[in-house]
Design a protein around this ligand. Structure first.
Ligand SMILES: Cc1ncc(COP(=O)(O)O)c(C=O)c1O
Length: 301
């Protein structure tokens, strides 16, 4: 008998219809809103896909070998995926992250055996962490896969997430909504879906000015991810932290979908789009699970 391995459980996540939050008006206009549950990946987030793709890609090109040290600046989910996949494949892992991120994330990374470097959030958050990762690589301390610039990041979504959405909507998707961090998800899915049907509208969600939503950013021009191509996105919508957090609580309590605030932010935007259209099939990415945010006070205690 052939047994599977943990890496093979990444992807093929469920696509589920929201049953209550969209309300009767949206249903009467023939529109459905579907969430793709990336929290069902073994590492608990959408990031399992690009991390597996980046490690496999670098291995295939002979750039890394088991036993090497990998270094990555990460706001959380990528770090957990990196730590998990490094553990699976025999790499040592150093993760650099601002010290204001949730305790569950840090504990999960350490559980998988990763070493953590916590940088002072006041010193510049993710930008500072990204600069430090590059300095360590330049000093020969390990290899940075750099999810912000690595084409294997969007490629994972072009090869898997996009085709799964197309398959599971029977080619019926009309709008795709994704929160944007590295932009790997939206770049890869956009490319695949537009090749199938040029009219699919691609909508990106960004935090509004002053809002802190874990995993997503409105990057300053100097730090804009190299993989980002503005032409792959039709429309960018802003979501406030308060609206995203409120929607995270509603998704759990009214739909049984327990997710983090970036996923909920994408849901807010999906509802905004739904209010404008008819007979649409709107898919949004549910990036991760809500239990990752319990210590932040996002959900009622
Ligand atoms: C919680 C969360 N939401 C959304 C995203 C955005 O995904 P992407 O990096 O593919 O744009 C990330 C990425 O790190 C994330 O951790």
């Amino acid at each position: 008998m052939m047994h599977s391995t943990i890496d093979r459980t990444i992807g093929n996540t469920p696509l589920v219809r929201l049953q209550r939050i969209p309300g009767a008006d949206v249903a009467a206009r023939g529109t459905v809103i579907l969430g793709k549950l990336e929290g069902n990946n073994p590492g608990g987030s959408v990031k399992d896909r690009p991390v597996l793709s980046m490690i496999r890609g670098a291995e295939a090109r002979g750039e890394i070998h088991p036993g090497d040290r990998l270094i990555e600046a990460t706001s959380g989910n990528t770090g957990i995926a990196m730590a998990m996949i490094a553990a699976m494949t025999g790499y040592r892992m150093t993760l650099i992250m601002p010290d204001n991120l949730s305790a569950e994330r840090r504990a999960s990374m350490r559980a998988y055996g990763a070493e953590l470097i916590l940088t002072p959030a006041v010193q510049g958050g993710m930008e500072y962490a990204r600069d430090l990762a590059m300095t360590m690589q330049a000093n020969g301390e390990g290899r940075v896969l750099d999810q912000f610039a690595n084409p294997d990041n969007p490629r994972a979504h072009y090869d898997t997430t996009g085709p799964e959405i197309w398959r599971d909507t029977q080619g019926g998707i009309t709008h795709f909504v994704s929160a944007m961090g590295t932009t790997g998800t939206i770049m890869g899915v956009s490319r695949f879906l537009r090749e199938q049907e040029a009219g699919v509208m691609i909508v990106g969600a960004q935090p509004s000015e002053g809002s802190q939503i874990a995993g997503i950013r409105k990057w300053s021009p100097a730090y804009q991810p190299k993989i980002y191509q503005p032409s792959e996105v039709d429309r960018i919508e802003q979501v406030s932290q308060a609206d995203a957090e409120e929607m995270a609580r509603r998704l759990a309590a009214e739909e049984g979908i327990f997710c983090g605030p970036s996923a909920a932010g994408a849901c807010v935007i999906a509802l905004r789009v739904a209010a404008e259209v008819e007979n649409a099939t709107i898919v949004f990415i549910v990036c991760d699970r809500g239990d990752r945010y319990l210590s932040t006070g996002l959900f009622p205690g």
